[in-house]
Design a binder for this molecule. Structure first.
Ligand SMILES: [Zn+2]
Length: 405
């Protein structure tokens, strides 16, 4: 028996050079579990991301027919997307879920807000493929290291009193505002390679005790230099100006539109509003960098401490057995549910106003949905139509992540 409202999907992997290699990549491991796709992991290939939304790059497909998810959804919008998504969220899957396996820093980046995205898309549609914003969340599946948002000004300003950094700083420490930080970020990003290299060399010689709580900079600097060389100004912006955080599985962050971020290492579930727009400025070849002035002028200073980017989980009111938490970013496109079941446990989740996309991130079990019993295995991905409740069972333990509207 099959259901047209709940069906299995296959995801697509990509191969950016920051991804983990071969079988070390969780993205590749999970992708390879879905049967019948012809995907096999090559030992010498980098596997950075698995995407499993309806976005045309790296699309999810309906497993039994091989059709792109977008085509299936467009044929039956009423039942598969529901009224709320058709009327208020663009009539497509309003979010894009991914698994990332990160071996080295992703480009230092921001995703433009709706207004700028629209302008960039009109001017340069081949580079800015969407008129939409792209706020995103990341839920850690392993230890996860990340640079995200700016530190509080009172932690940044004193660093720019140090000898090698004074040249970038127009203000006394007590006079810093967000506009000072914007200027300093611009000055760093627009410095020539020789200056950046010289500053990094001198920064590495500063005694630990002079840096206080920021002494971790001395540990991370050689690591970033090893990844992108000593001429990459991204290292200076990330280390001096941004929050550096180390998360455990289940911890999550939230990046608003225009928020600066660079993921450094780990395996994560990522979900974002449906868009692929990005401005890059560091941790990538110079040819891949967008205009530094455009980047700096777009920056938001909403996230100004670790607490501003940390996204706590809370008990989900869709859960009957209390084994599910929800991550609720302050945006309308999606929430993320995480269900953790020990051996022998069950969970029931009530239906949503919009479509759900669920991935089994570990373990195995069974899902009952729309009158059909589905086998669940690590890496399996399912589409669940609006209003459909699901029941999960496991004999050995099961973890799922599900994006819902
Ligand atoms: Zn991003």
């Amino acid at each position: 028996m099959t259901s047209q409202l709940v069906f299995q999907l296959s995801g697509s992997c990509n191969n950016y050079p920051w991804g983990k290699k071969g079988k070390q990549s969780l993205a590749a491991q999970l992708c390879s579990q879905t049967p019948g796709t012809g995907f096999h992991i090559k030992d010498d290939e980098f596997y950075s991301e698995m995407w499993f939304g309806d976005y045309p790059d790296f699309p999810a497909r309906k497993l039994d027919t091989g059709e792109p998810l977008a085509e299936v959804l467009q044929r039956n919008k009423e039942q598969l997307l529901g009224k709320k998504v058709i009327e208020k969220l663009g009539g497509q899957l309003p979010y894009l879920p991914k698994i990332l396996s990160i071996a080295k820093a992703l480009p230092l980046q921001l995703h433009p807000n709706k207004e700028l995205a629209k302008k960039l898309h009109e001017k340069d549609p081949s580079n800015f493929t969407d008129p939409n914003h792209k706020p995103e969340i990341a839920v850690a599946l392993s230890k996860f290291e990340v640079f995200a948002g700016f530190k509080p000004l009172e932690q940044i300003a004193p660093l720019f009193q140090l000898e090698p950094l004074r040249q970038f700083n127009p203000e006394q420490p007590d006079k810093w505002t967000d506009e000072t930080l914007r200027t300093v970020t611009r000055n760093l990003l627009k410095s020539d390679f020789d200056t950046v290299k010289k500053v990094q060399t001198e920064l590495a010689k500063i005694p630990r005790d002079k840096l206080g709580d920021a002494a971790y900079i001395l540990d991370l600097l050689p690591r970033l230099q090893g990844q992108y060389g000593p001429e990459d100004a991204g290292s200076l912006v990330a280390l001096l100006c941004m929050n550096f955080m180390v998360f455990n599985p289940g911890d999550a962050i939230w990046i608003p539109a225009d928020g600066i971020h660079a993921y450094l290492s780990g395996d994560i579930v990522e979900c974002m509003a449906r868009s692929n727009n990005v401005l890059n400025t560091g941790f990538c070849p110079p040819g891949d960098r967008n205009n530094a002035d455009l980047f700096v002028n777009t920056l938001t200073f909403k996230a100004h401490s670790r607490d501003d980017v940390y996204l706590p989980s809370q008990k989900s009111d869709k859960s009957k057995a209390g084994k599910t938490v929800v991550y609720k970013p302050p945006m309308s496109e999606f929430d993320m549910l995480k269900t953790d079941l020990s051996a022998g446990e069950t969970e029931e989740l009530t239906g949503s106003d919009g479509p759900g996309v669920m991935i089994v991130t570990s373990g195995n079990g069974v899902m009952h949905a729309d009158g059909v019993r589905h086998q669940l295995k690590e890496g399996f991905i399912f589409f669940i139509a609006p209003g459909i409740s699901i029941k999960l069972e496991t004999q050995n333990g099961l973890q799922t992540h599900m994006a819902v509207v």
